[in-house]
Design a binder for this molecule. Structure first.
Ligand SMILES: [Zn+2]
Ligand SMILES: [Zn+2]
Length: 363
């Protein structure tokens, strides 16, 4: 017990002993306050649980504008994918592909591995590059992303997880963006420390000018490039960059919360939902080795096995190149012994190199 707590404990005993009505009353008030707070939390949680059982259109937790944008985005993107003249407009198609790769580096290497997990450190020029790449993704502010992601890791598969996969595939994929948050997400989110992010001037700058940066870097500049450099029509530039590329890109990011929390093997910890998913790694430059990532979130590679090609880990390749020039440093990885012992004790037996302990396998 800390010295302050010992003193408080002694004072409390004294007060009870003298039976002072004022002190006793204030103690009771405090107790009542705590009780009413926990009752309030219980009530809010109960209300939300009841709400999500109601038919979709009758619920009042739907963010209708977000839902509307999501439907329009996917409808136009689908129309684009079906009608885009791929053979005629190779440069525009390649540009969209390039944008998706750049955006993914900003998401995977920036807001995810660097800022959410501090899995490595980056010098200012690299942090600026990562933030620029992240902004091309057109997703919400970096601070929001980091906050959601840290809460997701700490409270995975609970009501406090913003993308709780126990609420179904649709919710964890993109439904969560169209609904008000569960009260637990906000409550538990307050327990997480983000002081490191507030101290980073790159994040502070992005946060301050986000309303301008998002439309300009995420949509306007990427659309202007094909129009001005190879005379693409405005029509196809907008359909491909704003709708097709954006829909593809965000769906790749969302898939980690849905597909990679539902489908795949669990060689590192069979008791958790996140799984190893090759296709998701392919789509996100190495982010789909999700069973490993949830067990060792501080590993800058988010994967144990495979090289850049077999592990489809473009993000690690890029971080390693920046490490060669000293812009990325302090790349963190768990020891081989730790990984091995975790696999032996908690794995599902699918690891190609390490076997689980026999008694664990029997369970
Ligand atoms: Zn996850
Ligand atoms: Zn993560």
């Amino acid at each position: 017990m800390a010295p302050n707590e010992i003193i408080a404990e002694q004072v409390l005993r004294e007060i009870v002993k003298v039976n002072d009505p004022i002190f006793t009353a204030s103690l009771l008030d405090e107790k009542n306050e705590k009780e009413s707070e926990s009752q309030q939390i219980e009530k809010e949680n109960k209300e939300y649980e009841d709400l999500i059982k109601q038919p979709f259109l009758k619920r009042n937790d739907i963010k209708w504008m977000n839902l509307y944008f999501m439907v329009v985005l996917h409808a136009v993107a689908l129309y684009g994918f079906l009608t885009f003249p791929y053979l005629e407009k190779k440069a525009t198609f390649a540009w969209c592909w390039f944008l998706a790769v750049v955006a993914n580096f900003g998401v995977a290497g920036g807001v995810h591995r660097l800022w959410s997990h501090r899995a490595y450190k980056a010098k200012l020029p690299l942090r600026v590059i990562l933030m620029f790449c992240y902004l091309t993704s057109g997703q919400y502010s970096a601070m929001y992303w980091i906050r959601d992601h840290r809460v997701h890791h700490k409270f995975s598969e609970t009501n406090a997880d913003p993308v709780n996969s126990r609420r179904g595939f649709w919710f964890s994929h993109c439904g969560w963006l169209t609904m008000k948050r569960h009260p637990e997400v906000l409550r538990k989110g307050r327990q997480i420390d983000f002081s490191d992010c507030y101290e980073d001037p790159v994040i502070a700058f992005e946060e301050k000018y986000f309303e301008i940066l998002r439309p300009v870097v995420g949509f306007l500049l990427p659309t202007l490039v094909p129009v001005y450099f190879w005379n693409e029509s405005w029509y196809w530039a907008i359909i491909s960059v704003v709708f097709m590329r954006y829909a593809y890109s965000v769906n790749c990011t969302w898939s980690i919360n849905s597909f990679a929390h539902m489908f795949g093997s669990k060689p590192y910890d069979k008791s958790i939902a996140p799984a190893q998913n090759f296709l998701m790694s392919l789509a996100t430059g190495g982010e789909g080795w999700h069973n490993y990532h949830h067990v060792f979130p501080w590993d800058y590679k988010t994967a144990e096995l495979g090289n850049y090609i077999t592990g489809v880990n473009l993000t690690s390749f890029l971080i390693d190149q920046f490490a060669k020039i000293g812009w990325a440093y302090d790349l963190k990885q768990p020891s081989k012994e730790l990984i091995k012992s975790v696999i032996q004790n908690r794995g599902d037996g699918t690891h190609p190199e390490v076997e689980v302990k026999p008694e664990e396998k029997a369970n």
